[in-house]
Design a protein around this ligand. Structure first.
Ligand code: GMT
Length: 382
């Protein structure tokens, strides 16, 4: 198939899922056209089946807010025509689903589009009164809608009071790329042999509660020597750095910023911390689990669909620093239990969320959507 993909190209789960999906589809023989304002960060354009089309947003003194949504719609329609796209797949409803809707109309309904809901497009932004009506409309007008967890599907149906059919296709991980590989040399760059390595990976937005990761580490460090690798960047990085100084752990909390070698960094960690307020799925935890790194996370949103408490990770209530620290210590001080949970985490990633299992679900869904859309067009005589 020839598939157009639009996503946010910067750091963040939705863009990563979209990019990895495009690369996996290309590896399976599909022709993929990314349409966005910048090259997606994890995109490797080595495959001749991957194309990238930049969206240029012209500014004009009259435009206080340059209309990206319109420039994107024009580019989508243009690429769909020249590349003969079968389908457009947009990730994150705002504003991508609206642009896709316009592009479809521009092409006389010849371009079906699928919208994938990722989380904050529904839980935060989509439920904002100023966006809700247009997000609801664009979701209802989509030819197909997928959500990355059952939790997000239920929440979408509730928030938007819609009867949309939503297919749950969960986040996935490439289990060949993400695997247990604790390179001692790479490890030595961050920690002494006797120190445990905790890791947190996110966009450092308030919903991630990064300060809780620092607090949990400080609590754990009272009992055992450890380092915390903070991977990513965002508005809460400064406050987290300040907190690390306040708690006297600034030498052991290493803020690495945005990194491209995520599999290598996760592979040297002993434990992932995901203390989010809300998480529609928790891709960072899945990536860690594939590396055999257990996660201590909050029982929030779709996380329990990924982590089975006490089996392949441990869960606590949002904000419960003591419980998260106790969970972390219970694993890090008990090698036998650690090994059991680490093995189970890898097993969960491999047996339920591996690309080889999830990508075919998208392919199947694309076929269904395209066939439904062409039947509809035939019946309406267009
Ligand atoms: O939270 C992020 O990292 C960004 C956000 C996004 O939309 O880019 O992530 C959401 O999508 C990820 C991929 O589908 C999910 O794994 C995350 O759980 C989800 N984040 C939230 O719901 C807060």
């Amino acid at each position: 198939m020839k598939i157009g993909i639009t996503c946010y190209p910067t750091y963040g789960g939705s863009g990563i899922v979209a990019t990895e999906l495009g690369m996996e589809l290309a590896a399976r023989g599909h022709e993929i056209h990314f349409i966005s304002y910048a090259n997606p960060i994890r995109l490797s354009t080595e495959s001749p089946r991957i194309h990238y089309h930049e969206v240029e947003v012209s500014t004009y003194p009259l435009f206080q807010y340059p209309p990206y949504c319109l420039a994107l719609a024009s580019r989508m329609a243009e690429v769909a025509e020249t590349a003969h796209l079968d389908l457009l797949h947009v990730h994150y409803a705002i504003p991508h689903a609206v642009s896709a809707l316009l592009a479809r109309q521009m092409l006389g309904d010849r371009l079906p589009f699928v919208t994938t809901l990722h989380g904050t497009d529904i839980t935060l932004v989509g439920a904002d009164r100023s966006y809700l009506p247009i997000v609801k409309f664009s979701i209802e007008q989509s030819d197909g809608v997928t959500s990355i967890s059952q939790y997000l599907k239920d929440r979408t149906l509730r928030v938007f009071e819609t009867r949309n059919e939503i297919r749950v296709i969960r986040n996935f991980v490439n289990c060949d790329q993400y695997h247990h590989n604790p390179d001692p040399q790479a490890r030595a760059a961050y920690a002494a042999p006797q120190e445990k390595i905790l890791v947190h990976l996110s966009n450092f937005r308030p919903v991630k509660r990064v300060a809780d990761a620092v607090r949990v580490m400080a609590r754990v460090r009272r009992e055992i020597p450890c380092k915390l690798l903070m991977i990513g960047d965002g508005p809460d990085r400064g406050p987290a750095e300040h907190l690390a100084r306040e708690l006297g752990v600034e030498d052991d909390v290493l803020f690495l910023g945005k990194q491209s070698r995520i599999p290598e960094l996760l592979a040297i960690a002993d434990l992932m911390l995901l203390p989010s307020e809300l998480e529609a799925f928790g891709l960072a935890a899945l990536e860690a689990m594939a590396c055999g790194v257990p996660t201590v996370a909050t029982r929030a949103g779709g996380v329990p669909e990924l982590i089975t408490d006490g089996v392949d990770g441990l869960l606590a209530e949002v904000g419960d620093i003591e419980a998260m620290a106790a969970h972390a210590l219970s694993l890090l001080t008990d090698p036998a239990r650690y090994l059991q949970v680490s093995d189970a985490a890898r097993h969960t990633a491999e047996s339920r969320f591996c690309t080889t299992l999830v990508i075919p679900q998208y392919e199947e869904y694309y076929r269904e959507v395209c066939s439904r859309s062409s039947t509809r067009r035939r019946n309406s005589g267009s």
